[in-house]
Design a protein around this ligand. Structure first.
Ligand code: ATP
Length: 625
């Protein structure tokens, strides 16, 4: 920390641009420390300095750069410059041959470190002026926008221009930013905590009243996180915080058409009787068909345009030109709105829902309406915003009524989720059978009087999937692909099996949950063998032939979950020293609509393990869980 302050004091003055060195020093400290709290503290100190010495815009840049963002996540501006361009830029900036840089990369596994070392051994006649954070950010934005024939050379030139001026860790983080991966183990949640912490200090400094307490920090942190779930746009949040203060954040940051919010999620259940236990006897609830498609958050903006966002807040508008053109026919006295729905593949000839696999054959981006072969029908199940007003605090009963009043159902294009209100379990069984007959996955059972809980996996929504009723586990799991094994025999030439894992947020570590070889077709194996960035991560117990940056999320079905002497998922929860593993895992599909943070967590693995009948029964008999 002393070194960190020394660097900052030497090069950072009030009103002058933020030195890139100060940002990189912060990122370096985050990389070198393992605990979430320490990382939060480093980032918070940096943001505090930016607030004290610079502007709201600089704070936005600082936050974006510590998350490697060039714009709000949903705007999809990404930097993922290929190794070849980066190697060329490093070579030209340092005078080292391409081949040497490539060889170093093979042995070190990180081009950022290679760049830093290459720069370290370089002698310069003239020292370029120190880099400023805003300049680097601006140049990176230019790199992201370059297109056309000579785009590669332009990118190399832009990156080289910055690299020449890099000192110490700056080269490492510049190259990693360009590659799209900072590798400092900082999640969005950590950045939000750090922002909250910095704001608390800033407000204490402004008012000169009170002192920093954990209680105060917890309150501001919760407000900042809540605001971000509702409106994931740092620019708006920072401006609101600095202009109106954390106390009034919610008033100034709320749902806005055009900014996708993090959706409400459901809890799995594997027996109809569980519903009663959760909602209480006599309570009225509604059961909706659970469609197997893709979540579609449809926004109608004040300017009359429509946009569609995925479960992951990605802009899917260009995937759905057909839906966009129909939406104006479905509204009734609506000037702005946000609808929660499922987009489902639809056969207009038979007027039937088609399986999810059919939906995946649609073009993902820039689809042309006249060329679309797979039709979709939007199944709307919630309304979160209407005519300038957020509805999330209203009950589902009210939201649904507004949805039905202000939107028109058109068969095969836009319909309301089939639903039935009930309070008896017997009715639920009959309706579930009907849902299955109608080609859906089962039911979503929802509490009628509850609000929409943005970004929460809530007990007000329970999913009842036909495939899991009465089985060992209530749901499939979404796990991270952490490594692979070279295939043998029929599978030689490709990977033959994979090492899967989960993330444990409490201990900030990846943990293994099983090996997988079943359910993958030859095509899958070929596809997943294609070059991907390898990175050695230390796994104490399990070795694989190749390790991956845990970025890919796969949906896996398993027979049950059991205590494992070798796998480390949720260690310490079900057993003090052992982890939990998936038994008889089988690959279902890649979940490219989920980011690694959205995969099943170690805590959820424990919850699923614990809710198995055999474990519950054993606990009831006084046996071990
Ligand atoms: P999750 O979204 O809970 O992380 P998942 O992505 O694996 O899990 P499922 O477990 O299959 O998905 O179920 C949840 C999803 O079901 C929702 O995210 C939504 O896309 C979809 N869905 C279909 N019908 C409905 C409905 N009537 N109400 C809410 N969601 C529905």
């Amino acid at each position: 920390l002393a070194n960190y302050h020394a660097i900052n004091n030497a090069c950072w003055k009030e009103g002058k641009p933020v030195p890139y060195a100060a940002l990189c020093q912060t990122l370096k400290c985050c990389e070198e420390t393992s605990g979430r709290l320490n990382k939060t503290e480093y980032l918070a100190n940096f943001y505090r300095s930016v607030i004290a010495l610079n502007t709201a815009e600089d704070l936005l840049t600082a936050i974006h750069m510590s998350l490697n963002l060039l714009a709000a996540t949903y705007e999809g501006v990404e930097l993922g410059i290929g190794d070849m361009v980066l190697i060329k830029a490093i070579s030209q900036a340092t005078g080292r041959p391409n081949a040497k840089i490539k060889a170093d990369m093979q042995s070190m596994g990180d081009l950022g470190e290679v760049a830093e070392n290459s720069k370290g051994s370089q002698k310069l006649m003239f020292k370029p002026p120190p880099l400023k954070m805003e300049k680097v950010y601006g140049q990176l934005q230019k790199v992201a926008k370059v297109s056309g024939n000579s785009s590669q050379n332009t990118k190399v030139d832009l990156i080289k221009g910055l690299l020449v001026a890099c000192v110490g860790p700056e080269a490492r983080f510049l190259i990693r930013s360009c590659a799209g991966k900072l590798r400092i183990g900082v999640s969005e949640s950590t950045v939000l905590s750090a922002l909250a912490r910095a704001i608390v200090f800033h407000e204490l400094g402004e008012t000169k009243k009170g002192k920093f307490t954990k209680e105060r920090y917890d309150i501001v942190e919760a407000k900042v996180k809540e605001a971000y779930c509702e409106l994931p746009n740092y620019k708006i949040i920072i401006n609101a915080l600095l202009t109106h203060g954390s106390e009034n954040l919610a008033e100034h940051v709320s749902l806005q058409p055009g900014v996708p919010l993090k959706p409400m999620l459901a809890h799995p259940t594997k027996a109809i009787t569980e519903i009663l236990t959760r909602f209480g006897a006599g309570a009225e609830f509604t059961a909706e068909y659970k469609y197997d498609g893709e979540r579609a958050q449809i926004h109608l903006l004040e300017d009359g345009s429509f946009r569609v966002y995925s479960r992951n807040q990605e802009d899917n508008t260009s995937k759905y030109p057909d839906v966009m053109s129909r939406m104006p026919n479905c509204i009734n006295n609506v000037t702005s709105a946000v609808i929660d729905s499922e987009s489902v593949a639809w056969d207009p000839a038979t007027k039937q829902i088609l399986p999810f696999q059919v939906l995946t054959t649609r073009k993902r981006k820039d689809a042309v309406a006249s060329e679309i072969k797979v039709q979709v029908c939007i199944h709307a199940f919630d309304l979160l915003y209407l005519n300038g007003e957020s509805l999330v605090k209203k009950s589902l009963r009210e939201r649904r009524e507004l949805l039905h009043t202000h939107f028109k159902s058109i068969e095969g294009e836009f319909v309301f989720a089939t639903a039935r209100d009930m309070s008896e379990i017997d009715e639920l069984q009959v309706f579930l059978d009907q849902a299955v007959k109608d080609s859906t996955e089962g039911l979503m059972v929802k509490a009628l009087e509850d609000s929409y809980e943005i970004s929460k996996r809530s007990h007000s929504w329970l999913k009842l999937k036909k495939d899991y009723l009465g089985s060992g586990v209530a749901d499939s799991v979404d796990v991270l692909v952490m490594g692979a094994y070279y295939g043998k025999g029929k599978r030689s030439g490709n990977y033959g099996g994979f090492l899967l894992g989960v993330f444990d947020a409490d201990n900030e570590e990846y943990q293994t949950v099983c090996k997988l070889g079943t359910g993958l077709t030859d095509e899958n194996l070929k596809l997943f063998t294609e070059p991907r960035k390898n990175r050695t991560i230390v796994l104490e117990v399990f070795s694989a032939d190749v390790y991956f940056e845990p970025e890919m999320v796969w949906e896996i079905k398993c027979a049950d979950l059991s205590i494992s002497p070798v796998h480390t998922a949720a260690t310490g929860l079900a057993d003090p020293a052992k982890g939990i593993s998936l038994r008889f895992p089988r690959f279902i599909r890649e979940r490219d609509d989920k980011s690694p943070e959205m995969a099943t967590s170690a805590d959820q693995i424990y919850e699923m393990y614990n809710s198995q009948d055999v474990i519950q029964n054993s606990a009831a008999r006084g046996g071990p869980k």
